[in-house]
Write a protein that binds this ligand. Structure first.
Ligand code: FDA
Length: 585
């Protein structure tokens, strides 16, 4: 009992949620320890699609280039194929992750960063490395056992699995980033909606050179419709690129009501050969793992000094590629709030806004991912596969789409419509960038009125705005030497006030408020002859306020408040807004 280790924040788990929390806290100067049960980080590729919001966060933390160096780039991930096997017939393609030329423009306009594909096995080491370099104490082979909290802190019992030694870490706050079977979430009794293990999937990793089959239609995802591909799983059989084009992962479903199957290397090789469509394919099976498909989210993400992030609070299939992304974004939301409270800049009530802002996102993404998986049924229906029982019937149903007959015409139209729906899984730009927080850490003036309804489908399309609570819109600004994103100007850990030349007086107000409240509120004046100018006149179109108005951006790049124009007392209104956000108002 004698040796108690002390820290400000203890993080359980080194997955995307935990290792990113460690990176954020260390970058903000908050002492933290990250413990994780195993010897090292994820041992299978798992999550991989890394969306623009996450890439912006990496950019903010100065690690975007490290991630890109290990990633498969945007332009190589999007020629998504639906087929009977990789060497077999194509049913259709869809350009995904913003790779359709018309969608690509929207992705380019929305963010300084494009999405990419990086397997979790490569991403986690980058996050862990940067976190530890910046101050995190990382303890591998260390298991969380239990905790008890009081009004000053949390005492956590942990086990060093190498030595068998149990000890206590005394921490001011505890983050449970311990995955879908989170013990921390169970110990604080987080309320959960939905179910776990509603369908079964197996991941088979293998090595095989498939360049000949895929090089001319580069994608991360090749969907395979074959006998058995509508049983369990994530909607259809999947061949997923891990590294182009010689490392792969197959996702294949199984009927979870029949228990957990035994899958031998021979079974795995047969599944792989069937999906590739090459009966004697030379493939090396490198791993087999089984997992359950879940549809569950927490409605509260915290209790007292204990917070949960990532899969601990949202459990769902990989459809839409939201798992790791959302986990990292949870921690990004939480970290600056913990730092502000620990530094005495904010009241503890700021921490309550973690649930107010992120619980809705948890529900949204769990629902979206599961719906996307289920929507595969429409393609099976369109092809006439839902009634097919034998392999011969299935084959005949797929063949009949070639018929020169009214039925053939109808089938071709139905297939096209079913493919169209997959945009909600693969081009859901609005889901990825359109998160709108409503909480005590967002100040909406009564003069704002309701946010105008979205002009287009809010799941498919991102609509830039500075309405309080949404993510700061991106615009390129700069001068004759530099081109910067508005995101680059809002430096991590600080509040930033964006205004124009007519609003220059805000800078004075921000300086005074910073001094009074003991925080950093930087001012960025965008205009000719100032720090940066509105190179393409995009910011003027996006800023949503008059030139003398102001947009206040929180450390997580969400708009905390805005003023339409310069008031008589800018210092007073700014102080009120910042105080309110920090729970001091
Ligand atoms: P994550 O599960 O990654 O990490 C949990 C961490 O907690 C681990 O470091 C673990 O060691 C640690 N831990 C657990 N209990 C502990 C304890 N008691 N003490 C100490 N440490 C403890 N997503 C996707 O988008 N595409 C995909 O293809 C896949 N595929 C996939 C396959 C498989 C097999 C799995 C398990 C998951 C996926 N996912 C996925 C989901 C994706 O991996 C997931 O959303 C993220 O990893 C979630 O990140 P977290 O950090 O929340 O948990």
């Amino acid at each position: 009992e004698g040796n108690v280790v002390e820290t400000d924040v203890l993080i359980v788990g080194s997955g995307p949620a935990g290792s990113s929390a460690a990176l954020f806290l260390s970058s903000l100067g908050v002492p933290n320890i990250m413990i994780t049960k195993y010897r090292w980080t994820a041992n299978t590729p798992r999550a991989h699609i890394t969306n623009q919001r996450t890439m912006e966060i990496f950019r903010d933390l100065g690690i975007e280039e490290q991630v890109l160096a290990d990633a498969t780039p945007h332009h190589m991930i999007g020629d998504t194929v639906f087929c009977t096997s990789l060497a077999g017939e194509e049913i259709g393609r869809i350009l995904t992750w913003g790779n359709h030329p018309t969608r690509h423009a929207e992705y380019e306009l929305a963010s300084p960063s494009l999405n990419c594909d990086i397997p979790q096995t490569l991403l986690e080491p980058i996050l862990v490395r940067n976190a530890t370099m910046r101050g995190t104490q990382a303890q591998f082979s260390t298991e969380y056992l239990s905790h008890s909290q009081d009004k000053d802190g949390v005492s956590v019992r942990v086990l060093n699995r190498l030595t068998g030694h149990e000890y206590t870490i005394r921490t001011k706050y505890l983050i449970g980033a311990d995955g879908a079977r989170s013990k921390v979430a169970a110990d604080i009794g987080l309320p959960l909606e939905g179910q776990m293990d509603i369908a079964g999937s197996m991941n088979i990793t293998f090595k095989a050179d498939l360049a000949q089959l895929v090089g001319h239609r580069p994608s991360v995802l090749y969907w395979v419709i074959q006998p058995g591909s509508n049983i369990g799983g994530i909607g259809a059989g999947l061949v997923r690129m891990v590294r182009p084009w010689n490392e792969w992962l197959v996702v294949w479903g199984f009927d979870i009501t029949q228990g957990t199957p035994e899958v031998s290397d021979e079974d795995a090789l047969e599944i792989v050969r069937n999906l590739i469509g090459v009966p004697d394919l030379d493939a090396e099976i490198t791993g087999i793992s089984l997992w359950g498909n879940n549809e569950q989210y927490a409605t509260s993400l915290q209790s007292g000094r204990v917070f949960c992030a990532g899969d601990a609070v949202h459990k769902h299939p990989p459809s839409n590629g939201l798992g790791s992304n959302t986990s990292i974004q949870d921690s990004y939301n939480l970290a600056w709030k913990l730092a502000a409270v620990l530094n005495g800049q904010a009241k503890a009530s700021l921490l309550d806004t973690y649930t107010s802002e992120r619980a809705g996102v948890a529900k949204q993404i769990v629902t979206r991912a599961n719906q996307s998986g289920r929507e595969f049924v429409k393609l099976f229906e369109a092809l006439g596969l839902t009634e097919a029982v034998t392999e011969a019937q299935m084959h005949a149903a797929i063949e009949s789409r070639k018929e020169n007959s009214p039925a053939g015409v109808a089938k071709r139209a139905a297939v096209r419509e079913a493919m169209e729906i997959k945009n909600y899984e693969f081009n859901a730009h609005g889901v990825e960038l359109g998160q709108h927080y409503r909480s005590g850490a967002v100040v909406t003036e009564s003069s704002e009125g309701e946010r105008p309804a979205a002009a287009r489908d809010p799941e498919l399309y991102y609509e830039p705005s500075t309405y309080p609570g949404v993510r700061l819109p991106h615009a390129w600004v700069g001068d004759w030497q530099r081109k910067l994103s508005t995101h680059d100007l809002a430096v991590y850990g600080k509040f930033t006030l964006f205004t124009g030349i007519a609003g220059e007086e805000w800078a004075n107000a921000a300086r005074k408020v910073s001094g009074q409240l003991g925080i950093d509120v930087e001012t960025v004046v965008i205009g000719p002859g100032r720090e940066v100018t509105d190179l393409y006149f995009d910011w003027e179109r996006l800023r949503g306020v008059d030139e003398d108005g102001a947009v206040l951006v929180r450390p997580d790049k969400h708009v905390g408040w805005r003023a339409q124009r310069l008031p008589d007392d800018p210092e007073g209104v700014l102080r009120d807004a910042v105080s309110h956000i920090l729970g001091r108002g």
